[in-house]
Design a protein around this ligand. Structure first.
Ligand code: HEC
Ligand code: HEC
Length: 454
């Protein structure tokens, strides 16, 4: 009794009890907060984290080794550390990360006074049955830099002409239409050449995309869609398997898998040979380039394995917390038909234990779509025509500007904002674009807010 009264009346005991209660409450709040901290966080380094289940030390070490290689500044032959030799003779950049800053997307120059820092120009000449063949002298990509003693191929530049688009409510938006040209060409003119200027896409979430089965992609192609919308897979050459398979990577789904994509980037962008691309990136007419050819492969299979593991394990940032405006934007995204191509209904296949059999919302069907004349590059890529592009994934796109302030949109980075990107849609996406033009200002803002939340 005495004790009970003491318990009830003692001020110290009451405050002690209150403290305990408060401590417990705080710990609950802290736990709740911890549970809601997204992985990866939605910050400027959002594209650089491994998937959450990658916790094994050996795996994390391989991830780290691949990360180092992706950020490595490669050097010409004869430089100090021979592990990272092999750059050139003809190349575009010293490192992978130069074009994929923060593992994010590249951007286009603002005008002819700027060089191409995070993009490249594909070249071609018309081949039989509407195919494109590498240019006989310049190959399939313009290399703007060269080792001493070799002439660089030349420089590409972009001029813009303004183009005004008017919404149904009268608001006007100024777009910029790019025009590509070349200067300082060292190996003769590039007259009747086919060109395709492309910014670097972001490189996270690719393990998931690679793991999507061919059946799932074909299901997307066969799915019933509103009138005017089609979609078909690209069929491309798989070097390792020596057969034609469905293409997944690149702006025209022109590359079959991550390993070949990485090896072709080393070959085409840095001119570093590998077991998949053993021959130096020089054409028969580029004698000085051929004369500097050294050992092959310059990139070891171990290095290729490490960088492949790194890129396949890069996590997709989770979407931002939902607000009523985002919910509204998400509904509009469906209503105006964006979802027909940018689908959120895919599944990863059985490969790679860490990435298997999960529902994915990449907002891409990985299919080619005719996007109209204004976006056309007129350079076929395997069976993709000059007007067809692969639906790019939209997951994580809301963080593009946080990762790099200049990040561009669409294949050639002509769009400076998400809204500009939508306004260039045409062809199979003409209805979606038209419906977007007829949304009111609040609805447009909500749709953009939804994209920014991805
Ligand atoms: C000169 C700029 C540039 C450099 C340097 C560069 N890339 Fe890229 N990267 C691109 C472009 C442009 C594309 C799209 C290519 C296409 O559409 O065919 C791309 C595509 C990719 C993709 C496919 C992404 C997707 O979603 O389809 C991967 C993976 C990739 N690069 C990895 C690398 C690696 C690894 C390196 C270093 C060896 C590298 N890149 C160096 C510009 C660059
Ligand atoms: C017919 C299929 C289709 C429809 C419908 C469609 N898109 Fe796209 N979208 C594409 C393709 C293909 C591209 C790439 C075009 C290019 O790069 O030239 C693209 C590009 C984009 C991009 C730029 C992505 C990047 O990585 O730069 C955004 C943003 C986008 N779409 C949003 C939308 C929105 C919002 C809608 C609805 C208003 C929509 N799309 C409707 C196929 C479609």
């Amino acid at each position: 009794m005495h004790y009970k009264r003491y318990w009830l009346t003692s001020k110290t005991m009451v405050t002690f009890g209150m403290r305990l209660l408060l401590c417990w409450l705080f710990s609950q709040v802290a736990m709740a907060q911890e549970a809601t901290i997204p992985h990866p966080p939605r910050t400027a380094d959002a594209y650089t984290y491994p998937i959450a289940s990658l916790t094994d030390t050996a795996a994390l070490n391989t991830f780290q080794a691949g990360r180092t290689l992706f950020r490595q500044v490669w050097t010409l032959h004869g430089s100090e550390d021979s592990r990272f030799n092999g750059l050139g003779p003809l190349y575009n950049r010293f490192s992978c990360v130069a074009c994929h800053p923060g593992n994010g997307r590249g951007f286009a120059p603002d005008g002819p006074h700027q060089s191409m820092k995070a993009m490249l120009v594909r070249l071609g000449t018309p081949g039989p049955q509407n195919t494109s063949l590498p240019h006989p002298v310049y190959g399939d990509q313009l290399n703007e830099f060269a080792a001493p003693g070799v002439a660089s191929e030349g420089m590409a530049q972009i001029d813009y002409e303004p183009l005004t688009v008017t919404f149904a409510d009268g608001e006007k938006i100024l777009l910029r239409r790019p025009k590509l040209s070349f200067r300082d060409l060292a190996y003769g003119p590039l007259d009747a050449v086919q060109t395709s200027a492309r910014i670097a896409p972001a490189v996270f979430g690719l393990g998931w995309l690679e793991n999507i089965s061919e059946e799932d992609i074909l299901r997307q192609a066969q799915r019933r869609k509103p009138a005017g919308i089609g979609g078909r897979p690209n069929r491309v050459w798989d070097i390792a398997q020596q057969k034609v398979v469905i293409g997944k990577f690149g702006w025209k789904a022109n590359v079959p898998n991550l390993r070949q994509q990485i090896a072709s980037a080393f070959h085409g962008d840095l001119s570093i040979t590998s077991s998949l691309f053993p021959h130096e990136n020089c054409s028969a007419q580029q004698a000085a380039c051929l004369a500097q050819t050294r050992k092959s492969p310059e990139l070891s299979d171990q290095q290729l394995d490490d960088i492949q593991f790194y890129l396949s394990m890069l996590a997709v940032p989770p979407p931002a917390l939902v607000t009523p405006e985002i919910t509204r934007g998400s509904a509009l995204f469906k209503q105006v038909q964006c979802i027909e191509c940018h689908t959120d209904q895919l599944h990863s296949g059985p490969n790679l234990a860490a990435l298997k059999q999960q529902r994915l919302s990449p907002y891409t069907d990985l299919l080619l779509h005719d996007m109209g004349e204004a976006l056309a590059d007129q350079r076929p890529d395997f069976i993709a025509t000059g007007r067809e592009w692969r639906t790019p994934p939209l997951w994580g796109i809301g963080l593009a500007k946080a990762v790099h302030a200049n990040a561009g949109f669409l294949h050639d980075g002509r769009a400076r904002t998400l809204q500009e990107a939508i306004l260039w849609h045409d062809g199979e996406a003409a209805t979606a674009k038209e419906r977007f033009l007829h949304l009111n200002k609040e609805e447009r803002a909500a749709l953009i807010r939804f994209l920014e939340s991805l």
